[in-house]
Design a protein around this ligand. Sequence first.
Ligand code: CA
Length: 418
Amino acid sequence: MTFAIAFCGAALRLFFAAVFYLAAPSESHALTAAERAKAEAAFPGWVERQVWPAAKKAGVARATFDAAFAGVRIDWSLPELGPGGGVPEGQAEFQSPAAYFNEKRLADLAALGRPLLRQWSKTLAGIEKRYGVPAEIVVAIWGRESAYGRVAPGKLAIAALATESYVGRRKETFFPELIAALKILQRGDVQPRQMLSSWAGALGETQFLPSKFLQFAVDFDGDGRADIWNSTPDVLASIAHYLVQHGWTRGQGWGFEVKAPSAVACSLEGPEQGKPLSAWQKMGVAPLGSLPRYARADTKFHLLMPAGRLGPAFLVTSNFYDIKDYNNSDLYALFIGQLADRYIGGGAFAGGWSKVATGFKRSDVLAIQKRLVAMGHDVGKVDGLVGYKTRIAIGLWQRKQGMAETCYPDAAVFAGLR
Ligand code: CA
């Protein structure tokens, strides 16, 4: 486990354990002791010959570089090290999105967040004035990323990023992040020993990668440093700044739950098929609660059905997709929206999640994606994950087969697209 966990309820601890288990499936045992010793012996030379020239070119001073690497060694506890390290992603179980919206997790996070909204109300009002992002959205992301700073990332960022850049499976992804982390130290936002991250280099309470930190972290408490490790105003403002830089529209929320009659095809979902609210209403799509104040007849909304016909339906604004820029998952963005609503009186989704087909793995989803692509469908990234393009493609394929459109893999879909 990569996070030092303190002051958390047992449920919350389990929640984060589950979430981070998905990100870090296992420690690597792919390298032998002899291979490790060899890698360790060559590490200082690699730092000098590979990292230093790139850091110098990026404007990092020698003194900053030396301080950053003082005492830094390869961290063999990290996942994804060595050839073939970690559990193959394809072996992950195909699961219902329902697990993502565990009632206890949401209720616990909402209960922890409400007093923080009050405590930081003045700061949050200032942030909303400057960036236009509502307080509850900002606080929900803070809660989701680090349990409001209660779950602090426990790795030294330089050690984690250097390890992954040197002996990791995705060196080309991590090396630029290592250089970006050195630039942060050069800027003086944080001291090397305080620059803590997840195993994958996600920094502080916002969980920004170093390259994102350089673009989006801001100083909101006025001490001249963007400190996402210790300053709550900086954490909150950095989240809002990230969203507004990704297109957040002032004055709009994320969306709301709807009833989508069966006559409305689930393949109409997604960011490319937006329509004015009035058009959706004409088709029979209706809010399950009261309509949000910002929703006017001409406001553009998108249908979202994260489990197709096997789960609840939503109309979402473009802001929903800006939350996805924080973490590219419909479920993540929906979790943020749901948590944000709960601070201000919202409850659980009205629509339930049906059971999904059991006994399938991510590699099975990958296989049906490949078949759909071969038939000319756009499934988005062929990655074994059921994103909106894959759902739409499944729906269109089902329609062609004369099957009921569910837009989600079920036993018949797995069988038919084998
Ligand atoms: Ca600051």
